[in-house]
Design a protein around this ligand. Structure first.
Ligand code: S3P
Length: 445
């Protein structure tokens, strides 16, 4: 059943904290790594065991799609076992693949399907059906695949994979790990080397995990970006994956700790992949007491325990070059900025317009509706810090989990409660978010 068809609105209100937030928690597994673990395991020969998988709706869509394509999966006690089909070994699905709310699932899968010689149809919920897909289908068509979508190339999309796929050599026009990954994944079943040049470095989970599964992947630095290449038609071999905590989910309790007076919160086992840690750097620059302990490598990824102690925050300029390393964190950073002293300018946010909602507009509306002065100038978001924002507004989440969770954090410091029209989409990335925040001391009704 399609997510938006059986969706009933779940309104919430978040209330000003009367006591500090405190505690030590773990957040669910990283969403980017979880999607990739299921997909790559489904393309590998043998059985992959995945622990710590994010069991949010987005990732469960990937699991359902990979099953429909012939991968076998079982889940027992939170451990997933995937028996893969080998490169090029997926089978034509009997029915439409519904990717729900997940852009990552849809776009990465387009890459895989582009070089499988069969027909498939992909759709998603109302949010995903509005999002641009040409950014992947245009380059993927060069491999010999054909795509027929709605106006603007949007979902539902009919895909005919290439029989004898051409390897691609592509320069990304936008800094997007999803597009980079889609092209690299198509290259797995093409002859020869597929090469993707990115003008700015984006998250590299695909490159790392493909290597982990035995593919030949090279990465060379180029300016502020990189060139990633994969040799086609390798034998991917099952390799166990332990998924670290998602830094994009850790962002919510950590920013809450940074703004609620007297708070101290630790999130354990968070991925510290340097393509994901821009928010932590930014919070430190703003004056938050953020420390990282117990750094270690787990399952090929750097992880650590992050503690934030509330401190007085000041407004800063966040450079455009940092955007790829914190692209999903701007809504909650904007909440931190609204209780900082002075003005925060966040540059280079063009890509926020094509997320689960137009996140630039949705973030600005969330804040202005709660008494914070905000401006959008081109791709820059400017937030005037207020100390204690008024609150009292109703936030429209536009089917966007990160707007919903950011609004909850905002409500913990506003004078009047912040109401949220629908918290239902939070479970796409962070099941248990409300309970986790309540456990730290937040009042959410
Ligand atoms: C993701 C990449 C980012 C990010 C998304 C997950 C990924 O999107 O916003 O939540 O897993 O590759 P873009 O690559 O489109 O920036």
């Amino acid at each position: 059943m399609r997510a938006d068809m059986d969706h009933t609105l779940r309104p919430l209100s978040a209330h000003r904290c009367t006591a500090p937030l405190s505690g030590s928690v773990a957040v669910p597994g990283d969403k980017s790594i979880s999607h990739r673990a299921l997909m790559f395991a489904g393309l590998a020969v043998g059985e992959t065991v995945i622990t710590g998988l994010l069991e949010g709706e987005d990732v469960l869509r990937t699991a359902a799609a990979m099953r429909a394509l012939g991968a076998e999966m079982t889940r027992e006690g939170g451990v997933w076992r995937v028996a893969g089909r080998g490169i090029g070994g997926l089978r034509e699905p009997d029915d439409v693949l519904d990717m729900g709310n997940s852009g990552t699932a849809a776009r990465l899968l387009c890459g895989i399907l582009a070089t499988h010689d069969f027909h498939s149809v992909m759709t998603g919920d109302a949010s995903l059906r509005r999002r641009p897909m040409r950014r992947v289908t245009d380059p993927l068509a060069q491999s010999g695949a054909s795509f027929v979508g709605r106006e603007g190339g949007r979902l539902p999309l009919s895909i005919r994979g290439a029989r004898d796929a051409m390897p691609l050599d592509y320069v990304l026009p936008v800094p997007s790990a999803q597009v980079k990954s889609a092209v690299l994944l198509a290259g797995l079943n093409a002859r020869g080397w597929t090469r993707v040049e990115e003008p700015e470095a984006t998250r590299d989970h695909t490159e790392r995990m493909l290597r982990h599964f035995g593919a030949e992947v090279t990465v060379e630095p180029k300016g502020r970006g990189r060139i990633a290449s994969v040799r086609g038609q390798p034998e991917l071999v099952a390799a166990d994956v332990s998924v670290p905590g998602d830094p994009s989910s850790a962002a919510f309790p950590l920013v809450a700790a940074a703004v609620v007076p007297g708070s101290r919160v630790t999130v354990r086992g968070v991925s510290l992949n340097e393509a994901r840690t821009g928010l932590f750097t930014t919070l430190q620059e703003m004056g938050a007491g953020l420390t990282i302990e117990n750094r270690r490598v787990e399952g090929g990824e750097d992880v650590g325990d992050i503690t934030v102690v509330q401190g007085e925050l000041r407004g800063i300029d966040v450079p455009a070059g940092r955007a790829p390393s914190m692209i999903d964190e701007y809504p909650v950073l904007a909440v931190a900025a609204s209780s900082a002293r002075g003005v925060t300018r966040m540059h280079g946010l063009g890509e926020l317009r094509v997320k689960e909602s137009d996140r630039l507009v949705a973030t600005a509306a969330m804040l202005t509706g709660n008494g914070v002065k905000v401006e959008i100038e081109g791709d820059t978001l400017i937030v005037h810090g207020q100390g204690t924002p008024a609150g009292g507004g109703l936030v429209a989440t536009h089917m966007d989990h990160r707007i919903a969770m950011s609004a909850v954090v905002l409500g913990l410091v506003t004078a009047a409660p912040v109401r949220i029209d629908d918290s239902g989409f939070i479970s796409t990335s962070f099941p248990g978010f409300i309970e986790l925040m309540q456990g730290l001391g937040a009042t959410i009704r």
